[in-house]
Design a protein around this ligand. Structure first.
Ligand code: IMP
Ligand code: MG
Length: 180
C-alpha cells in the first residue's frame, strides 16, 4: 500500500506527537464544560480513537455519517446525511471531529444542522487543513497539520475506500488516481 504513495507527509510518530499537543489544548479548554464529541465517519475514525484516549475528561461520544465525496477525489458539492436522527446536542458543548477540511462544505452543513438543535457551543477539530481559499465561513478551531492542495490518504483518509488503514499520511501517486 505504501508503494502507492508519491511521498509520505507525516509518519505515525509525527501524527501521535501532534495529537498529544491538540489533546492537551482541548483538555485545557473543556476542563469545566460538559464535552460532547461528534465524529464524522468514516474518515475521522482512527484520528478520533487516538485523540480521545489522550483527553482525560468525562465526555460523550457520538458519530455522524455523511457522504460528500462519493469515492473520487473531487467534492460532489453535496452533503448527504446517512442517518435520520442527529445526536442530542441541546445544551451541550460540541466538538466536531473530522479528518480533513477541504472545501469546508461538509463541516459547514453539519455545523448548521447541529446549531438548529441549540447546543451551547460548536467547535471544529480536524487532523488536516488544506491551504486553499474558501468562500464559506468554515474555520477549524483545532488543526493538526496544514497541507498543500494535494490528495492525501492514510490514517483514516481514503481513496475509493482504500488506504484508511495506512499508519502514515501521504500523497497518493497521480497514476493511481487516474487509473483505478
Ligand atoms: P469538504 O466538504 O470539501 O471539506 O470535504 C470533506 C471530505 O472530503 C473529507 O471529510 C474527506 O472525506 C474528503 N476529502 C477531502 N480531501 C481529501 C483528501 O485529500 N484525501 C481524502 N479525502 C479527502
Ligand atoms: Mg470524510
Amino acid at each position: 500500500m505504501q508503494d502507492d504513495l508519491e511521498r509520505i507527509l507525516f509518519d505515525e510518530g509525527t501524527i501521535l506527537a501532534r495529537l498529544d499537543e491538540i489533546a492537551a489544548a482541548i483538555t485545557e479548554d473543556y476542563r469545566d464544560r460538559e464535552l460532547t464529541v461528534i465524529a464524522v465517519l468514516n474518515g475521522s475514525l482512527i484520528f478520533m480513537a487516538d485523540l480521545l484516549r489522550r483527553i482525560p475528561l468525562p465526555l460523550k461520544l457520538d458519530c455522524l455519517s455523511v457522504a460528500s465525496y462519493h469515492g473520487g477525489t473531487k467534492s460532489a458539492g453535496e452533503v448527504v446525511f446517512r442517518q435520520v436522527a442527529l445526536p442530542d446536542v441541546q445544551g451541550r458543548h460540541i466538538l466536531l471531529l473530522d479528518d480533513i477540511l477541504d472545501s469546508g462544505l461538509t463541516l459547514e452543513v453539519i455545523r448548521r444542522r447541529l446549531e438548529e438543535a441549540n447546543p451551547c457551543s460548536v467547535r471544529i477539530c480536524v487532523l488536516l487543513e488544506k491551504k486553499i481559499p474558501r468562500t464559506g465561513p468554515t474555520h477549524a478551531d483545532y488543526v493538526g497539520f496544514e497541507i498543500s492542495n494535494e490528495f492525501v490518504v492514510g490514517y483514516g483518509l481514503d481513496y475509493m475506500e482504500r488506504y484508511r488503514n495506512l499508519p502514515c499520511i501521504g500523497v497518493l501517486r497521480k497514476d493511481f488516481i487516474d487509473s483505478k
